[in-house]
Design a protein around this ligand. Structure first.
Ligand code: KG4
Ligand code: ZN
Length: 335
């Protein structure tokens, strides 16, 4: 089955063509980073306007790269939440129009389930059930995944998402946007033990997270040290970035393994934009052992893309699940 997928939940206009739920024929991501950079974050109104401009060329490029025509497509998969309302509506309306004009069935997909499905694009795939950690700009959640569409949330952040904490701390340090990849890069030459930031746990016996206290600890550190942000010597910035990153990574790894042990599960899947972080990937793999194995998609499949939406959509279409043309977009869409 050939599935065409569209993803426009935030600031990336993305379209992919997937064969038989596994083989990526194309995976086009048009990033809006340059548009939002000067504002230090995503401007929702600008994001939806750019999606409108780019959706047609991006879909055309995905079809061309896959060397197929629209009439060859057998199913359309599209993100209908959670995300920015204006952004979601562009992709969803476009997918519905395609479906209406061609008669190709379409299905709405939850963005989070998309992230959790990215691992199935890899050579080595986990068997169900597994524990999935979704770490992105908007979400930090742990799930027990028993199959496609069979998920149970074990815990989530009570305040900031991990990616949000990365972005806010980067802004505070004057590093610019997007913050996550910049902190990742800077940390490579930093000493992760230089500053002992707190390892925040929302509550001892829960799988919830909390990152706002850690962010405040970085704010306090910057305040109580003389150099104003933006003019920190490179060496101090590197140590600050590496120490902050280590605190986030340690909490994510610890809670994920505790969740796997609690559920008696032998497999862990890491996904979402923050899963592109090199230290997090390394620490997760280091923590794995013969009883708990870790699976992480390649970095470009961790950040927003449409191939992951195609995998989740394919699983629905294959089971005969279809959406109707009155499907809505939802800024929050709990799994
Ligand atoms: O999944 P994603 O692309 O979009 C959302 O669904 O939110 O995740 C974006 C988030 C941003 O907060 C970004 O700073 C973070 O992922 N991110 C990273 C890295 N690459 C992206 N955070 C840490 N290290 C990275 N290498
Ligand atoms: Zn995402």
């Amino acid at each position: 089955m050939l599935v065409l997928a569209i993803e426009t939940s935030c600031d990336d206009t993305a379209c992919a063509v997937l064969k038989d739920g596994k083989q990526i024929l194309s995976n086009v991501v048009s990033s809006q980073t340059s548009v939002h950079q000067k504002y230090g974050g995503v401007v929702p109104e600008l994001a939806s306007r750019k999606h409108l401009e780019w959706i047609v060329p991006v879909v055309k490029e995905a079809l061309e790269e896959a060397k197929i025509r629209l009439k060859d497509v057998e199913g359309i998969s599209v993100t209908n939440g959670p995300g920015l309302m204006g952004s979601l509506l562009v992709g969803l309306s476009f997918a519905k129009s395609l479906s209406f004009a061609t008669g190709i069935p379409f299905v709405g997909v939850n963005h989070i389930e998309g992230h959790l499905s990215a691992i199935f694009l890899e050579e080595k795939v986990p068997r169900f059930p597994f524990v999935g950690l979704v770490v992105s700009g908007g979400h930090t959640s742990l799930y027990r995944v028993d199959g496609f569409g069979k998920l149970k949330r074990l815990g989530a952040t009570r305040d900031d998402a991990a990616g949000e904490a990365f972005d806010k701390v980067a802004k505070l340090l004057g590093l610019g946007y997007p913050g996550g990849p910049m902190i990742d890069e800077l940390s490579r030459k930093g000493d992760r033990k230089a500053i002992r930031f707190p390892r925040p746990v929302a509550a001892k016996h829960s799988f919830d997270f909390s990152f706002s206290g850690l962010k405040t600890a970085v704010v306090n550190y910057v305040r109580t040290n003389p150099e104003p942000p933006g003019v920190y010597p490179e060496r101090i910035l590197r140590d600050l970035a590496a120490s902050f990153q280590e605190a986030v990574v340690e909490v994510l790894v610890r809670k994920t393994f505790q969740a796997a042990e609690h559920e008696g599960l032998k497999r862990v899947v890491l996904c979402g934009g923050v899963a592109a972080n090199r230290r997090l990937r390394e620490a997760m793999i280091e923590a794995s052992h013969e009883k708990i194995k870790v699976f992480v998609p390649r970095a470009p499949l961790c950040t927003d893309n449409a191939a992951m939406i195609a995998v989740a959509g394919h699983a629905c279409l294959e089971r005969g699940i279809r959406s109707s043309l009155d499907l809505d977009a939802f800024s929050s869409l709990p799994l």
